[in-house]
Every structure is written in C-alpha cells, then in structure tokens.
Ligand binder design. Sequence first.
Ligand code: S3P
Length: 170
Amino acid sequence: MDDRNIILLGFMGTGKSAVGRVLAQRMERPFIDLDEEIERRVGLPILDIFRTQGEASFRRCESDVAADIAARRGCVVSTGGGVVLDPANIEILGRGGVLICLTATVPTLLARLADDEQRPLLPSGDRGAAAERLLRERMPLYEALPCRIDTDGLDPQEVATEALRIFQVA
Ligand code: S3P
C-alpha cells in the first residue's frame, strides 16, 4: 500500500485544514493538523504562543513538530501557512510525503478568514494590506512547491478530489 503522507501547504485561508479533514475521511487515514499539534505540545492557543513567547519560539516548535510528523507514514497533514519559511521543514516533510500547495486570491482568503480572530499575523484592521504583503513575500516559497491547486471557487470536497488525483500520479 502507498504509505506516503499527503502534506497540504499554503497561505492562511486556502483551506488546508478543511480539505485535510475531507481527504483523511475519504482515504480512511489519520488526519494531523500541525498547528493543533503545536497547541497541544505547548499547552496554549497559537495566538497566546505568539503573544507570550514570540514568533521565533513558535517557529522552533513548528519545526520540531514537523520533524516528528515527517517520521510517520500514511497520514494526511495540514500545515500552518508559515511552514515554508524554513527550507528544512519542506525538505523533511517532502522526504516521505507528497507536498501539495493550495492557493487562492487575496479576496478569497479574506472572505474565508472574515470571522476569524485566531491569526496573529493578520490582526483585524488592515488585514487586506497585511495579507497582500505577507503573500508577496512568501510567493516564491509557495511557487517552489511541486504541485499546486487553485482553490478559488472550489469547496473542500472538490479540492480534496483534485488533491487525491495529484497524489495518485505523483
Ligand atoms: C501562520 C499560519 C497559521 C499559524 C500561525 C502562523 C503563518 O496557520 O501557523 O498563525 O505564518 O502563515 P494557518 O495557515 O492554518 O492559518
């Protein structure tokens, strides 16, 4: 059996967690949300980790958890949008897994995140400007990933179908 992990990456609001849950259910595989693992390990919500320990501490924990997840097989994994910032994360996650990047336009991202107050890097206020700046900075990192799905106008079921197709031919 094909025990490679499926690793979903992409900017905040691209639907990684929602798609990951659908995919895991369809494939009858365990689902791991990297952010939830970090919260469990630290014992705090992401927002509080950023507030009390700072982003650098969050990133260290993110890399530790990514390495632990990469050692598992047969899982569907959704990552946080910033996991691409450290190339070592991508290298280790890609070793035993198929990396699939979800993309969306800024208006779509903002619409999906409209009621969400849990993103420390997108505080309410000038969210549009913050999202555009961050996305511009990270674009080369997302574009370097081997497979991408444009999720604009698609629901999680449709994105999961496309992810499954990519997994099967990758
Ligand atoms: C982050 C994205 C978040 C979470 C943290 C940092 C980022 O995950 O890891 O707030 O740097 O883009 P989601 O992409 O699931 O929102």
